[in-house]
Design a protein around this ligand. Structure first.
Ligand code: ZN
Length: 377
């Protein structure tokens, strides 16, 4: 196993204590740097069953395999008053995860169950196929005493508050009170919804580039069995081959020139970051912008454009590193893209320099317009 894919987490990052209106929560006991692995936990219980097929007897059988201490920890978990008939089912399903990476499986991790939700999270959860554990990463700097939160419904990034809250209530019987949902002023919240709608529209407009083609999800999407017990070397071989460059643009966007595509991707990153949509998705969004610049360098025609692509490349690297090891070998693909960009940049700069020396007037030519929404407080 590559050293970079081995989780190294510091058990001393957090403690579980009461969280206002949420029962218990996990709080940082010291500052946690972005990209830190906060916790790596193998599931205590895995039921290879669809959620609707799980019965009390399945959970009882699983509990029999646990230690007394683990059983006590299970029974101490919250049991949200969902539609499920028994306390056992409500406890298990209210705290378990059904990751896309493990289709047909429902997993319960006793420690991860203590981490609460936010639509504006500071941590990202990832299934790590190398260690068969769930890894929780800091996707930005987390201050001491700050609650560590992850987004239970990653797809909800692009949903307005009303829909996010509908899903939260349906699944866990809570109404999120994160900053995006309830914080700041009404005007601020309306703007948050507007940003998410814009992001949704932009992402769809640009969907020729898949945002989720990497990592473990790709293994499943390609029909590769995850029931088989893979040797680490086999997994590495699969993951190494997972990276696929973005597909061709869909027909309706074929006529969108490279500069407009870059502008659209840039707009998306500019909205995502203040909305705290960090980690993997932001890394990919920044990456796609650089990819267009590398493939169509003629669209980069000012120093300003060069700096924009540079910034996006740095952005992609920062965020992809914060998503390891789910991204594992994909980090290498980002490194490779950075090298491609450095080569393209040299050609672009020599073109810009020779144009500048030839020019006698002060005409600077067209410049990429950068859409920057006003920063979210
Ligand atoms: Zn929220």
């Amino acid at each position: 196993m590559d050293e970079s894919t081995k989780p190294q987490h510091d058990a001393g990052y957090y403690e579980v204590r009461p969280s206002p209106a949420k029962g218990l929560g996990a709080f940082a006991i010291k500052e946690i740097a972005s990209g830190s692995l906060i916790l790596a936990e193998a599931p205590t219980i895995i039921l290879v069953q669809e959620v609707l097929e799980i019965r009390d007897t399945d959970i009882e059988a699983a509990l029999l395999t646990l230690t007394e201490e683990q059983c006590a920890a299970f029974h101490a978990l919250s049991a949200p008053p969902t539609q499920y008939s028994s306390l056992l089912l409500r406890t298990f399903l209210g705290n378990s995860m059904s990751p896309a990476a493990l289709p047909g499986s429902t997993c319960l991790c006793l420690q991860i169950a203590r981490f609460n939700h936010s639509c504006r999270p500071n941590a990202e959860m990832a299934w790590n196929p190398f260690t068969t554990s769930f890894d929780l990463y800091a996707i930005r700097k987390i201050k001491a005493d700050e609650e560590i939160l992850w987004n239970y419904i990653p797809g909800s990034n692009y949903m307005p508050k009303s829909y996010r809250q509908f899903l939260q209530y349906l699944n866990w019987r809570f109404i999120c009170n994160c900053e995006t949902c309830e914080g700041m002023t009404e005007e601020w919240r309306v703007r948050q919804d507007m940003y998410r709608k814009d992001m949704y529209l932009l992402r769809n407009a640009l969907q020729g580039f898949e945002l989720s083609t990497l990592g473990r999800d790709s293994i499943v999407a390609r029909g590769i069995s995850i029931e088989h017990t893979w040797k680490p070397s086999e997994l590495e071989a699969i993951l190494t081959n997972l990276w696929q460059p973005p597909r061709e643009l869909p027909d309706h966007l074929q006529n969108m020139d490279a500069k407009r595509q870059i502008n659209a991707w840039n707009t998306l990153t500019q909205i995502m970051e203040p909305s705290y949509m960090l980690g993997k998705e932001l890394a990919l969004t920044s990456f796609y912008l650089v990819d267009i610049a590398v493939k169509q360098p003629e669209c980069i025609d000012s120093d300003f454009d060069v700096r924009l692509v540079d910034e996006c490349m740095a952005h992609a690297m920062r965020n992809i590193r914060a998503s390891r090891p789910r991204m594992g070998p994909d980090v290498q693909a980002f490194e490779a893209k950075r090298e491609e960009w450095e080569v393209a940049k040299q050609e672009i700069q020599s073109r810009l320099n020779s144009r500048a020396t030839q020019r006698t007037s002060t005409d600077q030519g067209p410049t990429l317009r950068v859409t920057k929404p006003s920063k979210v407080a």
